[in-house]
Design a protein. Structure first.
Length: 398
C-alpha cells in the first residue's frame, strides 16, 4: 500500500532540520580577533594570508598558492596566467556554474562546450579531441560536486595537443585523484570559498600551481602588476587589485581546522546513502571512478532513471520530496543553452555558434537532483530518512 504524500496531506518523512551551514566556532573568532588587533588587515604586512596559502597548498599537494577575491576571478587569472588570450578557445563542460564560462568571456576568450558523461556529469574525455581546433588553448576540467574529473585522460589529451589543463576545483576542496589533491594536477587550478562551499569565508578564492612562473604571473595579475620582491610602486605588468583580506584568511584557517573531520563524515554518509539508494527502482546513483581517492561531496548527486523520465517529472519530483522534509534541488541549466552566453560568444566571435550537448541537457531538464553538502554532515539515521523519502516519492509514480 502506497503512503500518502505529504504534498497531498500525508505525514512527511521528517520534520527535523538538517545541519546549518556555515559551521564556525572558537578558532574563527580567535583568529579574527588576532587580525583585528594587529591592525594589519591586508596589503602590506600580511600575516594570516601567507599562512593560509601555505597550508591550503600543502593540503592539496601543490607548491604555490595565490589568494584572490573570489573563485570566478581566480579562474580568469588562471586562464590569463596560462597564456590564454582574447579569441583563444577554451574547452569546458556545459554542466557547470556559469562562472566557468564567464571567466573566459570577461576578457574575450571563447568557451567551447563539450558534453559530459551521463553517469558522472563530468567532462567526457572521449568527446574532447573532436572539439580541438587551431584556436584551442586550454581545457577546463570542472570537478562538479567535489567529484574529480578524469584527470588521467585529460592530462594525456592536453599534453598530446600542447594545451593547458586548468582545474576548476571550486567545489572540490579536499578532493583527490589517485592520491593527489585536485587543483595541483593540471597546469593550474582554482578554488572558491563562497558561502556555500565546504570551507567558506563568505567570498574568496585561491589559485594553485606547481609552476613557479605561473604562480608569479598570477600573483602579479592579482596585485596590480607588481612583482614579488619588487618595490610597492614597481608595476611591471598590467594587473588589478584582486587580493583577499586578512580577515578572510583568518576565517579560512579556522575552517581548515575541522575540514578533515567534516570530509570524513561526508564520505561516510555519502557511501551509506549510495548503498540505500542504489536498489530503489527508478533511481540511478552516480558512478564513482575508483581513482577518486577522496571525494569532497560538496553535492550529493543522483538521477531519475532515464527510462522513467517519461512518467516522472523532475520538477514535480522535487516538489514532492521537499514536502517530505528533504531539500533536493534541480541544479544547473546546461550552459550551451544559455542565451546570454551565446549572445556574448557571438559578440566576441562575430558568428552564431551552437553546441550539441544532449547528455548535459537531459541531466539538467529531466534527470539530475542535488542534495547539498550540509545534509551529509547530519547523522547516519538522517541518511535513512533521505532514502525513505526518495523511495516513497518514487513509489507514488507506480
Amino acid at each position: 500500500m502506497k503512503e500518502e504524500l505529504a504534498i497531498h496531506g500525508g505525514r512527511p518523512v521528517r520534520s527535523k532540520p538538517f545541519p546549518d551551514w556555515p559551521v564556525y566556532g572558537e578558532p574563527e573568532e580567535r583568529l579574527l580577533l588576532e587580525v583585528l588587533h594587529s591592525g594589519k588587515w591586508g596589503g602590506v604586512g600580511r600575516i594570516k594570508l601567507p599562512e593560509f596559502e601555505e597550508k591550503f597548498a600543502a593540503y592539496q599537494n601543490a607548491e604555490h598558492a595565490v589568494t584572490v577575491v573570489n573563485g570566478t576571478i581566480g579562474l580568469t587569472i588562471a586562464l590569463q596566467a596560462a597564456g590564454v588570450m582574447p579569441g583563444d578557445e577554451v574547452i569546458m563542460p556545459p554542466y557547470t556554474f556559469i562562472a566557468t564560462a564567464t571567466s573566459c568571456l570577461i576578457f574575450g576568450a571563447i568557451p567551447v562546450f563539450v558534453d559530459v558523461e551521463a553517469d558522472t556529469s563530468l567532462l567526457d574525455p572521449a568527446k574532447v579531441e573532436s572539439a580541438i581546433t587551431t584556436r584551442t588553448k586550454a581545457i577546463v576540467a570542472v570537478h562538479i560536486g567535489g567529484a574529480p574529473s578524469n584527470l588521467t585522460e585529460l592530462k594525456k589529451i592536453a599534453k598530446k595537443h600542447g594545451l593547458r589543463l586548468i582545474e576548476d576545483s571550486a567545489q572540490a576542496a579536499g578532493s583527490q585523484w589517485e592520491g593527489i589533491g585536485v587543483g595541483a594536477q593540471g597546469d593550474i587550478g582554482t578554488f572558491s570559498f563562497q558561502s556555500s562551499k565546504n570551507i567558506s569565508a563568505g567570498e574568496g578564492g585561491v589559485i594553485l600551481t606547481n609552476d613557479e612562473q605561473l604562480a608569479d604571473t598570477a600573483w602579479s595579475l592579482a596585485n596590480v602588476g607588481r612583482i614579488r620582491q619588487g618595490a610597492w610602486y614597481q608595476h611591471e605588468h598590467i594587473g588589478w587589485n584582486l587580493r583577499m583580506t586578512e580577515f578572510q584568511a583568518a576565517v579560512l584557517l579556522g575552517q581548515m581546522s575541522r575540514l578533515d573531520e567534516q570530509a570524513a563524515k561526508r564520505e561516510r554518509n555519502a557511501k551509506l546513502l549510495t548503498e540505500l539508494l542504489v536498489d530503489i527502482d527508478g533511481i540511478k546513483v552516480m558512478r564513482r571512478d575508483p581513482r577518486i581517492t577522496r571525494h569532497a561531496y560538496h553535492l550529493y548527486i543522483f538521477r531519475i532513471d532515464p527510462e522513467r523520465t517519461d512518467r516522472v517529472n523532475k520538477n514535480e519530483f522535487i516538489d514532492r520530496i521537499n514536502a517530505e522534509g528533504i531539500q533536493a534541488t534541480a541544479g544547473y541549466v546546461s550552459l550551451n543553452q544559455n542565451k546570454a552566453l551565446l549572445n556574448e560568444i557571438r559578440k566576441w566571435t562575430g558568428e552564431s555558434r551552437s553546441y550539441s550537448c544532449p547528455v548535459s541537457e537531459k541531466a539538467c531538464d529531466k534527470e539530475v537532483l542535488w542534495l547539498h553538502q550540509n545534509m551529509l554532515l547530519a547523522e547516519e539515521e538522517d541518511m535513512y530518512d533521505i532514502a525513505r523519502a526518495v523511495r516513497k516519492v518514487m513509489r507514488s509514480y507506480q
